[in-house]
Design a protein around this ligand. Sequence first.
Ligand code: SF4
Length: 456
Amino acid sequence: MSHPELAEQFTKDVDRTTWHDETLWFVRQKRDRMAYSLPEFQELRDLASQIKNHTLSRLDDYLIQFEEAARRNGVHVHWAADAAEHNQIVLDILRQNSVERVVKSKSMLTEECHLNPFLIQNGLQVVDTDLGERIVQLRDEAPSHIVLPAIHLKKEDVGETFHQHLGTPKGEKDPQRLTEAARQHLREKFVDAQAAMTGVNFAIAETGSFVVCTNEGNADLGVDLARVHIACMGIEKIIPKLEHLGVFTRLLARSATGQPTTTYTSHFTRPAEGKEMHIVIVDNGRTQQLGRPDFRNSLKCIRCGACMNTCPVYRRSGGHSYGSTVPGPIGAILSPNIDLKKYSSLPFASTLCGSCSDVCPVKIDIHTQLYKWRQIISEEGALPPSKKWSMKALSAVLASPKVFTNGGWFARKLLRFLPHGLTHAPGLNPWAKDRELPEAPKQSFREWYQQQNNAE
Ligand code: SF4
């Protein structure tokens, strides 16, 4: 289904839509307060953007440098061209270590590769340990936000899910008691797990180490208790040197949730004695995006989610309406790279107001890229027929002053006589589904303007 169709389902629940909108706007305001409290915030954005630009221009060199340093540290490094290869590598590592139970901290890459269903099909138990991720996993849903995976759910929904799966009392909605139930449930899983998986927020070429940022400490607990640690990273997660890390960690949490820093910023360099550490470096379409000059800088993204929290369309349509692993404005740029036809409605899920670009900590020109995707989608003939033909008709009208003037005159007359059922028919005029057309003016703007000038 397209974004408008899925968004329509979400917006049917008006209270939830309003609540979702207001909750994310609250997060955006927290981000603003935190950003304005740091005098060098804009300078940090400039620096982050420049470091990422430089890294993307020498990505192959830095990846090799990272691989060599990581191997020297005793880490096993694997390369995966796509999602299928990534999943197979992870499965092979788990099988070689006779692993049956895995705990996993938040990783959008493993979501993108659909790793959980793959491992479960192959007989493994996989438990997401980030609280929001665990909630959506129990509900058999995808995350609706890259930082706040269960932001589409209210505490009553979580209470019902925990009642069904964790045996909490029916109707329990106290966040503290629900969190305690999740803590008890997850603690057992941590203790039982034989392997821990994490994502990677930043990988440092110079040292071969990598950094995982969480607020719950679940990545550390999983890694400390399990014998095998597998970290999965997209090729764009590289930064050249340790001295660059502070620029990004200072921006990430401030932009994501309005915190000065994430509660845990964990550095991993080498496996502990008697343990194994693996890192899987994944392409899965990223080099193709790197090869598109207009879109390559979308690979600068540090997945803070700020563009989602500010986007008026995302806030009112919910993350699931995008139908892609990464929703919101950045998802609408990344997804068409993977499948242009399937995701052709996403670049249109934007007002092009530019708020996403304004808040992006690495200064990605998000709204410009959305506009470029629209042009490509149109040129490739991937527009829905109704949009294609209405745009053709509109361009014919706008290209001829005569047709425009006469068309306007005709429409003003006609609108006064046409029945409401016809002017507001959902199939003919989706815009009027929840809106009333204003009364047609008696004269055009041009006529009114001339009148005013003559009167002076
Ligand atoms: S595009 Fe920018 S604002 Fe959006 S998630 Fe990525 S880094 Fe954050």
